[in-house]
Design a protein around this ligand. Structure first.
Ligand code: F6P
Length: 587
């Protein structure tokens, strides 16, 4: 049935259209739930224990307002505060944040109700900020804060003042291409083809390159709003209730993504199967209208072992199958895949921008890809693999400068530092013996910075070493060789500037953390490409940057990550992140 429906039909008959006023989001399809990322887990779950709960909820014409869980969060008995459309007794109002205006219908009784409605309209607005609504008197231009919602008149404009996209303004100076277009990467593929894995990896890489990127996973919307554990027939292309529910979730995620992109985001990653031309048309039309460039990333897996691995490693652990007998879960998931197979259409079209990834990196097909960011994504995907192997990060052993609290320089190891170098070599050699006994004959790859203290730390390791300048410590410029106390005393302004923004601060004639991140990018691709275990002997700042990529930490955290001396950090990349173990090898 849904194949014969035109996308227009779908939009007009199944989705409430919110005609925003004077707004970028003119054609926002309003779904009355906040994004999963912005809600406490489970807060948006529409609860019904029955296995076909979706049919209960989506048959219900009140879906859009009556099931809002936010009302339960706020002790608010009036469900209509979240109504996206007019209900009797509600007032039409406009929220304005800077130059963005959104229309809403308010029927609540308290300022709290108003806040909930506002956050529903602006889901990207920080939740921990005290929101104040201001009414501007058009005659006198005076502001009045709303303390009582009775002061709100029909068609009232409420101004909300907050620099909530400040982060965007402070955005890095890192090179991300001259073109500032907004990009939407639309994932495509059958279930268990590693789409989410690829989506998250791209996102982690872009964020690390200081490009604001975010994944919008439609499955998460489904789990939060309808509940995990839908049986396979929910995904049957001939199940009209399932189609409707899934379309609602897809549009909700799309709305949130577009809103996020309009508010400082640069690359939205739309993670869903998007397996039919019809669904892709819906997404593409909307994004094109919003002046965003769509690039499809299709993951095609013909290797049965990769699919099997995916089902067992990720799907069985998914909240969809919590508490379900593994063999039943596997069968249900296979049935789910078969439903999608019936309607699956690969991405095609001479003008379509797409990247097709076969068997996670074995082969890549690229069509009509231009621009810095899409090209970086292609390059990155070309280096992806699924081979399990550890990555070890270690700072050099204690140096003479460390012992004197001096930064930078090129001093040698102290006795303690030399002892660590011995312990490290022993540890690596024992590790190799252990895995060789298990039949592994691969080599450990050792990379060191070009500084004496790092080279010396690796000197007792028997494996060949590669010296890389990219791994050198952050260049402290004119502060090189000084202690932090000396910098404070002689250059208090520099110290203060660094304290106020450690990520972006650049030492005079030296580097910033952002500079270090940029120079590490080629090395990172090499790290992704390498299938052998890799030991990196480097320095505090450089390792903070690499660690923050591998662990997916937000960029602001990077300059403060604790990388202690004489400790080997083992990171084992898994499907959705890195497992970490730290070994303190010496004092
Ligand atoms: O103190 C050791 C050191 O590696 C210095 O050479 C370097 O300047 C510093 O750490 C980096 O840490 P932070 O950015 O916290 O000053």
């Amino acid at each position: 049935m849904h194949k014969s429906m035109s996308s227009n039909n779908i939009l007009t008959t199944q989705i409430t259209i919110d005609n925003n006023h004077n707004d970028h989001d003119e054609s926002n399809y309003s779904i009355p739930k906040s994004s999963p990322s912005s809600s406490p887990p489970g807060s948006n779950i529409i609860s019904s224990p029955s296995s076909n709960r979706y049919s209960n909820n989506f048959n219900n014409s009140n879906f859009s307002s009556s099931s809002s869980s936010s009302s339960s969060n706020s002790n608010n008995s009036n469900n209509n505060v979240h109504s996206p459309s007019y209900t009797p007794g509600s007032k039409e109002i406009f929220f304005r944040v800077k130059d963005r205006v959104k229309k809403a219908y308010f029927k609540g009784t308290t300022v709290e109700d108003l806040k909930l409605l506002f956050l529903q309209k602006f889901p990207e607005f920080p939740k921990d900020v005290d929101i104040q609504f201001l009414i501007i008197d058009k005659g006198t231009n005076k502001e009045q804060q709303v303390n009582d919602v009775c002061d709100i008149k029909e068609h009232q404009e409420l101004l909300i003042r907050h620099e909530y996209n400040e982060d965007t303004k402070k955005r890095s100076q890192g090179y991300t291409g001259l073109d500032k277009e907004k990009i939407v990467l639309v994932m495509v593929g059958l279930p268990a083809r590693g789409k989410t894995y690829v989506a998250r990896k791209i996102c982690r890489m872009l964020n690390w390159m200081l490009v604001p990127a975010k994944v919008f996973n439609v499955g998460e919307y489904r789990r939060l709003r309808i509940g995990a554990g839908q049986p396979h027939d929910f995904f049957d292309p001939h199940n009209p209730e399932g189609i409707k529910a899934r379309l609602h979730m897809a549009v909700a995620a799309l709305d949130d993504m577009i809103s996020w992109l309009h508010n400082g985001g640069r690359v939205g990653i739309y993670d869903a199967t998007n397996s039919t031309n019809e669904r892709r048309q819906l997404v593409e039309k909307r994004c094109t209208r919003e002046k965003m460039t769509v690039v499809y990333v299709e993951s095609i897996c013909n290797d049965a072992s990769v699919i099997e691995h995916n089902i067992k490693e990720t799907k069985l652990l998914s909240p969809d199958y919590q508490g379900v007998d593994p063999s039943k879960a596997v069968q249900d998931f296979r049935d789910r895949i078969n439903h999608y197979l019936k309607v699956y259409e690969t991405v095609e079209g001479e003008k379509t921008r797409y990247i097709k990834l076969y068997d996670v990196g074995k082969k890549i097909e690229v069509n009509n890809i231009t621009g810095y960011i899409p090209s970086r994504v292609v390059f990155f995907l070309m280096n992806l693999h699924l081979h399990p192997r550890p990555i070890w990060l270690t700072r050099h052993g204690e140096s003479e400068f460390n012992a004197q609290n001096r930064i930078g320089g090129d001093s040698d190891l102290t006795e303690r530092g030399d002892n660590y170098a011995h312990q490290l070599a022993v540890w690596i050699s024992e590790w190799c013996s252990k895995v060789r006994a298990d039949g592994y004959d691969g080599e450990v790859v050792v990379w060191t910075s070009s500084l004496k203290r790092a080279i010396r730390t690796a000197q007792y390791i028997s494996q060949p070493k590669v010296v890389m300048r990219a791994l050198d410590e952050i260049d402290a410029g004119i502060c090189d060789g000084m202690t932090y106390d000396e910098i404070q005393e002689k250059m208090p302004d520099e110290r203060a500037a660094r304290d106020s923004d450690k990520l972006q601060y650049r030492y005079p004639r030296g580097e910033s953390y952002e500079d270090v991140i940029q120079r590490l990018e080629p090395l990172l691709l090499e790290l992704e490409r390498t299938k052998s275990p890799v030991l990196i002997v480097s320095h505090q700042a450089t390792l903070r940057c690499l660690y923050s990529y591998l662990k997916g930490r937000v960029k602001e955290e990077c300059p403060f990550i604790n990388i202690p001396l004489h400790t080997l950090i083992q990171l084992s990349p898994k499907a959705y992140g890195c497992e970490e173990t730290a070994f303190k090898l010496a004092n």
